[in-house]
Design a protein around this ligand. Structure first.
Ligand code: NAP
Ligand code: FE
Length: 369
């Protein structure tokens, strides 16, 4: 038995996580830049106010960069890095869903490295400002992952920065900030978390330990997804379980990476403006079928059953209810998506490695129903 595990983030989970993290914030530095989404949710859900109160109590000087869009683009990151430099930040705090958290990570790199976009994605940096992450969606697990996903028009896609240097030093996970999430974001982000553990469970890089953690998250998320598919908004216990499971899922993909649904889903977000979780969810049933048809590895059916689905058909129908109708796509678009998605490295983490023809066929089956 051989395995490795790398999860360097201190996680404080539960009510008053921000207060509990007070001393660790002080240890991170005397000046910080807070990075949030541009829609103002961090103000409305109370997370920004709570963190600013603790920063003031600890005499940590803070400035705010509240300009991050969904699926953050490289230009926003550069603007944020400029703000970090002018505020002389010692560390960066990201508050929000995956978009502000990923932006905070890339800003923490560019704040102290004057490098080109290419060098950023090629990991030509040695030092990064420490990152603190406060998730307000329950989906990406970005608060514990060493990944930052940035929209990069030069490759007509989203591109991943994967470096242990950008794993947050501190995650402040208080489910109360997720309580006001609208049904659509709740659902899309829960689907994202599910795809993380599903892909992680089926990754060639899985281990005995990642399987255990993934199994716990599959169980929780399978149940919550069935409720969400019926339009039931989570109560506060469910909110807590969703955040717990999405953090576990982040720990899993930190070891296993993601695979086919993410590799294909990025195109649907880039070209069709489909939200990240929904994009993955649209691909997932066809991905499961692809594995079942092309491998005698029992793990695909095992993962579906751990999540509480008796058959692939039941699994697929819950996903269809969660994701709704796919966007309209022409045959030419499918060709273009297949060209782009074939370049994404993480498809090769799956138990069956797809070629371009397989990828085009998965797009066709997922989008042309
Ligand atoms: P998001 O893009 O961060 O946020 C989606 C929407 O939800 C925004 O309008 C946001 O508003 C709003 N929102 C956030 N928290 C809220 C709350 N508590 N109440 C009400 N509204 C709230 O969505 P996400 O799905 O969490 O993140 C997606 C991004 O994460 C993608 O770019 C994806 O590629 C990335 N991702 C990263 C990893 C990783 O390991 N790093 C893994 C998976 C996905 P505001 O504008 O106010 O923020
Ligand atoms: Fe994801």
């Amino acid at each position: 038995m051989t395995w490795q595990w790398f999860s360097p983030t201190r996680i404080i989970f539960g009510s008053e996580a921000v207060m509990q993290g007070s001393d660790f914030l002080k240890a991170a530095g005397n000046r910080t830049l807070i990075v949030t989404g541009k829609g103002g949710s961090a103000r409305r859900n109370g997370s920004l106010e709570d963190i600013c109160r603790v920063l003031d109590q600890q005499s940590i000087h803070w400035e705010l960069f509240a300009e991050v869009e969904a699926n953050p683009g490289i230009d926003t990151i550069r603007k944020g890095a400029q703000a970090a430099r002018s505020s002389q930040a010692d560390f960066i705090i990201g508050i929000g869903g995956g978009s502000p958290l990923d932006a905070a990570k890339a800003i923490a790199i560019l704040a102290v490295n004057d490098i080109s976009n290419q060098d950023l994605f090629d990991l030509r940096f040695r030092r990064v400002l420490p990152i603190v992450a406060l998730p307000t969606t329950a989906g990406t697990g970005s608060e514990v992952t060493p990944y930052s996903i940035i929209t990069y028009p030069e490759v007509e896609n989203k591109k991943s920065i994967a470096s242990p240097l950008i794993a947050p030093v501190l995650a402040l996970n208080d489910p109360k900030y997720t309580e006001g999430l609208p049904l659509e974001v709740t659902l899309d982000t829960a689907v994202d978390a599910f795809t993380h553990v599903f892909e992680g469970y089926l990754s060639l890089k899985h281990s005995i330990l990642s399987d255990r953690v993934a199994g716990e998250a599959l169980c929780i998320l399978g149940k919550e997804l069935r409720n969400l598919a019926e339009g039931i908004l989570p109560d506060s216990d469910s909110r807590s379980r969703l955040l717990y499971a999405s953090t576990l899922a982040g720990m899993v993909i930190s070891q296993t990476y993601t695979s086919i649904p993410h590799a294909l889903g990025y195109c649907l977000t880039y070209f069709k403006d489909v939200s990240h979780g929904r994009a993955n969810g649209l691909i997932t049933p066809v991905f499961a079928r692809f594995n079942l048809q092309n491998s005698d590895d029992p793990r695909t059916m095992e993962a579906i059953q751990i999540a509480g689905f008796a058959t692939l058909e039941e699994f697929s129908s819950v996903f269809a209810a969660l994701t709704g109708n796919p966007p309209e796509c022409s045959e030419e678009e499918l060709d273009h998506f297949a060209d782009i998605a074939s370049q994404v490295k993480n498809a090769a983490n799956n138990v069956v490695i797809p070629d371009r023809k397989d990828i085009r066929e998965m797009f066709r089956q997922s989008l042309k129903k």
